[in-house]
Design a protein around this ligand. Structure first.
Ligand SMILES: Cc1ncc(COP(=O)(O)O)c(C=O)c1O
Length: 469
């Protein structure tokens, strides 16, 4: 903290950065006081930029107390000027938000009133609700999307020496599940517009060691699952769909996750619907479903004893409390998906007006995107540093945002273990350097969309003009 006994010029210079009506009032007050000959002690609080405390006056925000003033100088006036770095953003827009209704809460509470908190009737009820919703014969509830993918890799007999072709432009769990079983994830590059696996790149990545394909329906947009499914058929490969981000997504009215041997949905709170943590395997293969049920439950056999373990298994169970929440949530899936479509439309309408911003590509004919996150890209002339500067500006304006994704092959652990480096998957890398996930959930208001769009446009205006042409 710094205390001055400044002259008029110095005081006004200090006040000048304050913009808007507040700045004008402050400057006018200072000028009047100074002209009247009132001594002014100007205390400027400098705080580092960072998260803003919620609209809190200085005294309650833990800022330093007012300095002691000389008793004889009873006319002294202390003015706190908040520098730009401490000004509160007018709006705070979270990146995501679950939609929990009173019925959801009631469903959870009603389970808590029973003795069946795990392995009770809510598990089968939730499984049945999801299998009906996506029209898949079998559904197996698990503790997370990762757990579901892992069960499938294991149950399909994928292990040491095997390769699985997947996308480097995904959440790290898509590839980690192969490593859990000693198999190797092999990456293929993506389509630069739709950000999904390029089927031709997938075909080029297939070797005699390839055992399965694991395409990702990234951000809720369907990947080219028909072509990839045909590819799996032609090469005699298993097909696991990572539909963790895509519950509600369809291609020709068929749900993502139901094209391959099996698919997995995930229910973390930023997803279309949530159970807090959780996942669901769907499959048409009864034996595969049974194998997954055993794996999620410590390798117990169906109908076997509690202390009888027929194989190495895991505790990947989803408790009844969460299954009840899931069942209640999935009954509103269409409402969630439609709400997200509305928000996506509003964003696209606003963002197409902003030069330098590329909104997500529209759905291909016959596809329905169940929007998971809303990820825009900066145009090619912008660098990663430009994108990071925009992220920082948005955050300073109260807009939560994220750089979805860091490519999996460039994660420190993957670089170290497999020797991946920049340039290995150029399309993925070029895209990942310029992505910005904007706040997104089904209840985002028009005002919030408008605010985010305006802040994005303002952030871009701070970048070199040559790039904004
Ligand atoms: C594409 C993808 N795969 C797998 C997962 C893993 O799901 P979970 O976090 O429930 O383990 C996620 C989670 O966000 C994901 O986005």
């Amino acid at each position: 903290m710094k205390t001055d006994r400044p002259g008029i010029a110095h005081t006004l210079r200090r006040a000048l950065p304050s913009p808007g009506i507040a700045g004008f009032v402050l400057k006018a007050t200072l000028a009047a006081l100074l002209i009247a000959g009132t001594p002014v002690a100007l205390t400027t609080l400098l705080r580092p930029a960072g998260p803003h405390p919620q609209a809190t006056p200085p005294a309650r925000a833990g800022l330093p107390p007012l300095p002691d003033l000389p008793r004889r100088d009873s006319r002294a006036l202390v003015i706190y000027i908040h520098q730009d770095s401490t000004r509160q953003p007018p709006m705070k827009v979270p990146l995501s938000r679950p939609d929990i209704s009173s019925e959801d809460i009631e469903a959870v509470v009603s389970v808590l009133k029973t003795p069946n908190l795990s392995l009770g009737p809510e598990v089968a009820a939730f499984e049945s609700a999801v299998s009906t919703t996506v029209r898949s014969p079998h559904a197996v509830a698990v503790s997370s999307g990762t757990a579901g993918l892992h069960c499938l890799v294991r149950a399909l007999g994928i292990g040491p020496g095997d390769e699985v072709v997947t996308s480097p432009f995904s959440f790290v769990a898509s590839a980690n599940v192969m490593l859990f079983e000693g198999a190797r994830p092999v990456f293929a590059d993506i389509n630069p517009e739709t950000l999904d696996l390029d089927p031709e790149a997938v075909e080029r990545a297939i070797t005699r060691r390839t055992k399965a394909l694991l395409p990702v329906h990234v951000f809720g947009r369907p990947c080219r699952i028909t072509e990839i499914s045909a590819l799996a058929g032609r090469h005699g490969l298993k097909l696991i769909e990572d539909a963790c981000e895509a519950l509600g997504t369809t291609v020709a009215r068929r749900h993502a996750g139901t094209f391959g041997d099996a698919g997995v949905y995930a229910f973390y709170p930023n997803k279309q619907m949530t159970t807090g943590e959780g996942g669901m395997i769907v499959t048409g293969d009864e034996d595969l479903a049974a194998a997954c049920r055993s794996l999620r439950n410590q390798g117990r056999a169906e109908g076997g004893g509690w202390l009888e373990h027929v194989q190495l298994g895991y505790n990947y169970r989803l408790p009844d409390i969460l299954c009840a929440l899931g069942r209640s949530q999935v009954s509103r899936l269409e409402e969630f998906v439609a709400g997200r479509e509305r928000v996506a439309r509003s964003y696209i309408a606003r963002l197409t007006e902003i030069p330098g911003v590329i909104p997500p590509a529209p759905a291909r004919p016959g596809e329905r995107i169940s929007w998971f996150v809303f990820v825009v890209r900066l145009a090619e002339e912008f660098s990663r540093a430009d994108r990071d500067a925009v992220l920082a500006s948005l955050r300073a304006a109260g807009v939560e945002c994220r750089n979805y994704f860091v490519p999996i092959h460039l994660q420190p652990f993957y670089r170290e273990r497999f020797g991946f480096k920049e340039g290995d998957f150029p399309v993925t890398e070029a895209i990942a350097a310029r992505t910005i996930a904007l706040p997104f959930h089904n209840r985002l208001t028009e005002d919030e969309v408008d605010y985010v769009a305006r802040q994005l446009a303002a952030a871009l205006r701070t970048l070199p003009a040559s790039k904004r042409a």
